[in-house]
Design a protein around this ligand. Structure first.
Ligand code: FNR
Length: 339
């Protein structure tokens, strides 16, 4: 199997693996309010994550990377949908394109398709400061995501096993890069302990990338002869991780992702303290199975859901979701009470 074929295989597994039956977002009820005084036309979706200005709190999170015509087409179409709906987009890991220049076009199409859009570059924590700069320059990125995916690497037979340089690299990149740096998980969540360590390194933006959606333990197990089934439920659920980071490390800008199914899950993330939310697998699935028009419709639907919640909670800016009355119960409450 070629590298490009392996990438497509990866996408297929990511979209087909069985999602968890329950969502911790269902343990949160927003308290209904009856007396709104808003006008739909005046509701503003624009917001910011620190110095990053966004026209919507929703963005397409990091996905396809690597070479090949197919991944390039997918990236182009995702970028066009992001442009048409005015939302941000992160590209998939650029590490392979940093090592192999022929793969650059997979990423460059994203900037070409959306010259004025908000685009995030993406590298692994093995990247040096020079490599991080190269990733940003490649697509004139507005910010850089550095992904942490230790468990995914451990489940991959060919994955990394030596993480000694990780903290040094993160610190050098945070200090030396001219755009905001977002540290992001890929579906296992960020704990308050990790967030505090990152804070001490100078990190001010964290994408919690919690569990509940795309599950890389399951995805990588599909490619192993001896699957590590025992690790398939490992990870901090996304809404729990949002609370851990936003309540315990107040100076960090929190981005929510991992298993956000719809606009209301996104709204719950904002209410718990996130500034924005990313969706990956579920958007890619719509794009691949139903096409770009369907993806644009889905994004517009999510925007309408957010506006409905704004109307119901009597706010006209998404920032004002933060702390709105809500009730937390069940397993989500157990997590919070014990932490
Ligand atoms: C991903 N994700 C990812 N993340 C990252 O930082 N760099 C990457 O290269 C990739 N690649 C990738 C490929 C595919 C096919 C998927 C579905 C996902 C992880 C992604 O950004 C996100 O953190 C998780 O998918 C959790 O979000 P969802 O899918 O539950 O919305």
């Amino acid at each position: 199997m070629s590298r490009a074929e392996r990438k497509i295989d990866h996408i297929r597994h990511a979209l087909s693996h069985s999602k968890s039956e329950r969502s911790y977002f269902d343990d949160i009820d927003i308290v209904h309010q009856s007396l709104t005084a808003q006008n739909w036309e005046d509701l503003q979706l624009k917001t910011n994550v620190g110095e990053l200005n966004l026209s919507s709190p929703l963005f397409v999170n990091a996905m396809t990377g690597g070479g090949g015509k197919k991944t390039e087409e997918i990236n182009q179409s995702l970028a066009e949908a992001a442009k048409r709906t005015g939302i941000g987009m992160a590209v998939g890991s650029q590490m392979s394109a940093i090592k192999n220049k022929e793969e650059r076009s997979t990423y460059e199409v994203v900037r070409k398709a959306n010259p004025d859009g908000v685009i995030f570059a993406n590298v692994g924590s093995e990247a040096t400061l020079d490599q991080a700069k190269e990733a940003v320059d490649m697509i004139e990125a507005n910010a850089l995501q550095i992904h942490l995916n230790t468990l995914q690497e451990l489940i991959m037979p060919e994955g990394d096993r030596d993480f000694r340089m990780r903290l040094k690299h993160i610190e050098a990149i945070v200090q030396g890069l001219h755009v905001p740096v977002i540290i992001k998980e890929v579906g296992y969540g960020v704990s308050k302990e990790t967030a505090n360590q990152l804070y001490d390194l100078g990190v001010r933006h964290i994408d919690v990338g919690g569990s509940g959606g795309t599950n890389f333990s399951k995805v990588e197990n599909l490619r192993r002869n001896d699957p590590m089934i025992s690790f398939e439920n490992w990870g901090i659920p996304t809404p729990v991780s949002i609370v851990e980071v936003s309540k315990q490390v107040p100076d960090v800008h929190v981005i929510a992702s991992g298993g956000i199914r719809n606009g209301l899950d996104g709204v719950k993330s904002l209410l718990l303290g996130a500034d924005a939310f990313g969706m990956a697998g579920s958007l890619l699935k719509v794009m691949i199975e139903e096409g770009q028009e369907a993806l644009v419709s889905k994004i517009e639907h999510i925007h309408r859901e957010i506006k409905m919640a704004m109307m119901l909670l009597d706010i006209d800016h998404v920032k004002d979701f933060n702390g709105k009355p809500h009730v937390i119960r069940g397993d989500m409450k157990n997590w919070i009470d014990q932490r």
